[in-house]
Every structure is written in structure tokens, then in C-alpha cells.
Write a protein of this length. Structure first.
Length: 178
């Protein structure tokens, strides 16, 4: 099976979507608007949705179809919840820095495996040891999309976790989290 390519439309890490090369929505990110929740949780809550018509094309896609980003006060790091799992994972645990001055960020999947994001200003790579699972690259100015996400077949089984941690790391860069 070939790699899966998704195009990112929108440059704001808090508001964009991924589509496949045929224009089908693959992932959407949006603010959860619920007046009842807003009174109980006066902080930002966002939902990443893996779109079923897209994901049903790939038998190897597993795991939750969505994740929720619960931010702390003033968009400080909060926690992530996958699907309807009762466990919440601290955002800091999903973008750990294991060495001082390293730009790499580490996360542990729901299955307990460790992965790494190698990051630069224009490219991010999700690695399983020495194996590339996914790469995110900024587009050229003449492209009508902001970035391209390429997911290797070996990364499809955790695609929601890959996209969630990609977004989280981009948000952290945008908000200058340390």
C-alpha cells in the first residue's frame, strides 16, 4: 500500500482541516460549543474528528475516531481525551522533551508504545525508532494549501494519535509553551 497524503487547509493550528488528494475531508478540528459545558469548564475545548467516509477506505486504521483538547486557563496546557476513553492524558506527557535543547518531542500511544516527533520550522517527522511513520511539510507559496501530511502505511493504525500530537505540537509552538 502507498503512503496516504493529506493536504492541510488553513494555517491557524486552532482552525484547519485535512483533506485527501480527492478532496474528501479526513480530519476536522473545531471548537466544542456547548453552553452547559462552558459553564462547567470556562476554558477552551477543541475536538479533532477523523471523518468516517475517509477512514473507512483503510482497513488498517484503528483506534478512536476523535480526540478532545481540554486547555487550562488562558490556553495553558491541559489534557487530551481520546474518544470516549475515561482517561485523560496531560498535554505535557504527549510532547515530552527528553533532552535539554532538543527540538524533538516524545509521546506514548494508548497501546504503550513510544514515538518521537522531530521538529523544525518547515517539517515535522513522526518516528517509531528509526522508522518514519508520518511527515508534515509546509507547502510552497504557490500551493493553495498550507501543508502536506504524508502518512506511511505503518502509521495508519495510530493515525488519530499521530494527527492529535502533530496538532498539539503546532499549538505549543504557536502559544510559545516551554
Amino acid at each position: 500500500m502507498a503512503s496516504v497524503v493529506l493536504l492541510q487547509f488553513g494555517s491557524d493550528p486552532f482552525s484547519f482541516r485535512f483533506e485527501d488528494l480527492q478532496g474528501r475531508p479526513a480530519f476536522t478540528l473545531g471548537i466544542v460549543v456547548n453552553r452547559i459545558l462552558a459553564s462547567q469548564y470556562p476554558t477552551l475545548v477543541m475536538k479533532l474528528t477523523r471523518e468516517a467516509p475517509w477512514s473507512q477506505q483503510y482497513a488498517s486504521i484503528m483506534g478512536p475516531s476523535n480526540s478532545f483538547f481540554y486547555f487550562g486557563p488562558r490556553t495553558s496546557p491541559g489534557y487530551i481525551v481520546y474518544g470516549n476513553n475515561p482517561l485523560n492524558l496531560p498535554m505535557s506527557h504527549l510532547m515530552r522533551q527528553e533532552r535539554d535543547k532538543s527540538s524533538s518531542r516524545y509521546f506514548t500511544s494508548q497501546s504503550g508504545n513510544n514515538y518521537k516527533w522531530r521538529m523544525s520550522n518547515t517539517r515535522m517527522e513522526c518516528m517509531d525508532g528509526r522508522t518514519l511513520l508520518a511527515s508534515w511539510d509546509l507547502s510552497s507559496p504557490e500551493d493553495d494549501f498550507h501543508a502536506r501530511l504524508t502518512i506511511k502505511p505503518s502509521g495508519l493504525h495510530i493515525v488519530t494519535e499521530i494527527v492529535t500530537t502533530l496538532i498539539l505540537n503546532r499549538m505549543a509552538q504557536d502559544l510559545s509553551w516551554q
